[in-house]
Design a protein around this ligand. Sequence first.
Ligand SMILES: [Zn+2]
Length: 403
Amino acid sequence: MRLLKAYRFRLEPAPATAREIGRVAGCCRFVFNRALALERERFDRGEKHLGYVALCKELTGWRHAPESAFLGEAPIHPLQQTLKDLDRAYRNFFEGRADRPRFKKKGRHDAFRYPDPLQFVVDDRHGRVKLPKLGWVRYRRSRAVAGTLKQLTISRCGGHWFVSIQTELEVAEPVHPASSAVGVDVGVAKFAALSTGATFAPVNSLRKHQKKLAREQRSLARKEKFKQNWRKQKARIAKLCAKIARIRNDFLHKTSTTISKNHALVVLEDLSVRSMSRSARGTVNAPGRNVRAKAGLNKSILDQGWAEFRRQLEYKQTWRGGIVVAIDPRNTSRTCPFCGHVSAENRKTQAVFRCVRCGYDADADVNAARNILAAGHAVIACGDTKGALRPPAQEPTSVSEAA
Ligand SMILES: [Zn+2]
């Protein structure tokens, strides 16, 4: 079995190199926005959409035009990859998976990528990478890089530059050490409830930091734009955002590892479907305004978390030889596992499930997790795994943090 791995380290560039890195990121953003503007103009004129290859031809022209000659000084491959990203964004848009591509802003998701190992060198022993036109750049080497080099990405996060090195590894087909199956219900009050009865509370420190973030953002709004104090505040916010992301990621990794280690089959709800069908969950007889506000806060924190959690579970299961099944979420929170009665009345409050027909009662989230597990077994028994069994994650997945 072939595995894709990604190692992420913090770069330690000299100030001049850091400026150069920022310049390359800026060129990529310029190319992306210019190509996007071009596509939009063509769209408005009713002309055909340009693909990646046609855009690359445009890029050559821009690199030679006097008004954008600075592009000629940036390495070509990351610029082309930017066009590839735009192409993919458009394809996602055309196929209904995403919104229309938007212009990139300075300082948001600054990143660029070298798609071919011929374009960079990784000196694992000394913890440094060599990049075209940038030379050698040191990174904080927290672990060794294993496998065949595939591609390399540079990105900015919280005021620092990071390198992400993706490799491919050939390993023996794993056999999952456990034979058990588990249903997982993700939610707001409890981050996850398992059909075994175990629950995972969301991290408390996240809420604290989120509040602080809101405060800092209000402070930013009071400052005059682009002035010194505004910039300082902006940097403080970026740092805090990065910290929140680290806490969340750490929590998600610990939780997904625990579940993946202990169960060969993990059943989840298909959340893209659920967000539509169960959006009102938790607000039925909401016990008070404060509770709702807190739930809203947690939800905003965890919204991205759920998708990332599933992604982690999927690749971790792939590594261990287990599987993840995603099921239709309809009625999982309203079905009585004992008599099969389905009713919204069964779930009068957020916390407790009580069947109105047979009187069976249980923790509402654990009950949902049990129904999810049952639905997962049904899917597998029918062999109806089309769309339910996810293909093994082929995105680069393992992340090694060097903070
Ligand atoms: Zn019942």
